[in-house]
Design a protein around this ligand. Structure first.
Ligand SMILES: C[S@@+](CC[C@H](N)C(=O)[O-])C[C@H]1O[C@@H](n2cnc3c(N)ncnc32)[C@H](O)[C@@H]1O
Length: 239
């Protein structure tokens, strides 16, 4: 099966530094950028995870831990862990929730726990090779395990134009002026300019669902219509 790869921009370390820099403001700004839909989307991710009644859940690229906190409350008997390579993001995760300061690639090599569910929200689009990232996530699943994936999506139909204006004009401009005006790097690399660029690449090359199958998942289902601005997928390790 042929899978379209996103271009490798060699952005690994640079991206990590950007997220470290963003850590203190990430959650508040993400809620704004999502027009306050972020909590509802996370609620949907949580419902999808809860369906499986997991005993072990890993949230990979957990950021400051919004989903982790909700999960720890919603599935109190489960062992929940957050993984992220940006240490300043992990500082925001409550001490009661275990975290691992590693990249996905490093974490995927560990053999200690196999997870009933791995979650990944707003992370895959930034990975240089989605198939490799999905293969790494699958490696840490039990045989009957599931991946719950949330990612941005350029809507089809009438919402497309408004979405493009918002994401590719308004957000980079507003980001420069209000959210990241103190960004120390070049304007071209400023976080909301980068977000727009990443999003454009993802929209052009989005490799789902083929990438799930190329990574060895046996079944994948999408849970949101193509007119939406985010996509929610559940991929099963076994049918
Ligand atoms: C856009 S934020 C998403 C945070 C959170 N999942 C959410 O939905 O709000 C991306 C997060 O993934 C982390 N990340 C990106 N690529 C990663 C990788 N290869 N390994 C570990 N963490 C990664 C970043 O440090 C950042 O905290």
């Amino acid at each position: 099966m042929e899978v379209v790869q996103l271009e490798d921009q060699g952005i690994g370390n640079e991206l990590q530094r950007t997220f470290d820099w963003m850590a203190d403001r990430y959650l508040e700004q993400t809620k704004h950028v999502s027009r306050h839909l972020y909590p509802r989307w996370m609620e949907e991710v949580m419902s999808a995870i809860r369906e499986f009644q997991p005993r072990t859940v890993a949230d990979v690229g957990c950021g400051p831990g919004y989903l982790l906190e909700k999960l720890a409350r919603a599935v109190p008997d489960a062992q929940v862990v957050g993984v992220d390579y940006a240490s300043r993001m992990l500082e925001h995760v409550p001490d009661t929730i275990p975290t691992v300061h590693q990249s996905l690639a490093e974490w995927s090599e560990d053999d200690d726990t196999a997870y009933d569910v791995t979650a990944m929200t707003f992370v895959l689009r930034d990975q240089p090779d989605p198939v490799t990232a999905l293969t790494q996530l699958r490696r840490r699943l039990v045989r009957s395990g599931h991946l719950v994936l949330l990612e941005t999506h350029t809507p089809e139909g009438w919402r497309r134009r408004g979405f493009d204006l918002y994401f590719h004009r308004w957000v980079p401009m507003w980001g420069d002026m209000h959210w990241t005006h103190d960004w120390p790097g070049s304007r071209d690399d400023a976080p909301y300019r980068r977000l727009s660029e990443t999003h454009r690449r993802w929209a052009e090359a989005c490799p789902l669902p083929d990438a799930f199958y190329a990574a060895g998942f046996r079944h994948a289902a999408q849970f949101r219509p193509s007119s939406d601005v985010v996509m929610l997928w559940v991929a099963d390790n076994e049918p």
